[in-house]
Design a protein around this ligand. Sequence first.
Ligand SMILES: Nc1nc2c(ncn2[C@@H]2O[C@H](COP(=O)(O)OP(=O)(O)O)[C@@H](O)[C@H]2O)c(=O)[nH]1
Ligand SMILES: [Mg+2]
Length: 173
Amino acid sequence: MTDEIKIKIVVFGAFGAGKTTLIQTIDPESKRVEANCAGGTTTVGLDFGRIQTEGRHIHIFGTPGQERFEFAREIIATGMDGAILLVDATTPPDHFTRHLSDTLHEAKVPFIVFLNKCDGAGANPAAFTGQFGTSEIHRVSAKDRRQSLDAVLRFAMALTPNPAAHYHHHHAQ
Ligand SMILES: Nc1nc2c(ncn2[C@@H]2O[C@H](COP(=O)(O)OP(=O)(O)O)[C@@H](O)[C@H]2O)c(=O)[nH]1
Ligand SMILES: [Mg+2]
């Protein structure tokens, strides 16, 4: 009988930060799920990937990046063991990303920051120094499989599965 540990990781980040790319890179079999919300008038996309390693089943969910889908993010985030905040390092720090960071700190969810698109000449990771409190920051390219997988696995292996973890949002100021 195997005693497999399930780990739920949720990827947050603004629209275009690279969430779908990251999940596709680490799990080429990952699925994109379309959910109907707001009475069927709005479609919310989410990504779902898996990594199986050393007795751990790691489930990775990508959240919708649009601000108005706060409710969908809450549902996807319920019960997460850890979070990744994905940031597009080719654009200046923005209010929405700061809001996500504040929310995750308040929820006391273990989370790390990936400064993404660091493969490109346009990336300016130094602009994000001090933006995310005490959270660890990694410079990555979501298109680079080894880099992305290494960073996600190192984070996932250090997490303690916590079935009681919840995500509480607060409104952006
Ligand atoms: N140069 C570069 N482009 C990236 C990287 N990750 C994502 N992109 C591009 O950024 C755009 C948005 O990525 P996507 O994964 O759809 O973002 P999402 O909205 O957060 O899911 C796409 O055109 C990607 O090809 C990266 O690491 N480097
Ligand atoms: Mg996406």
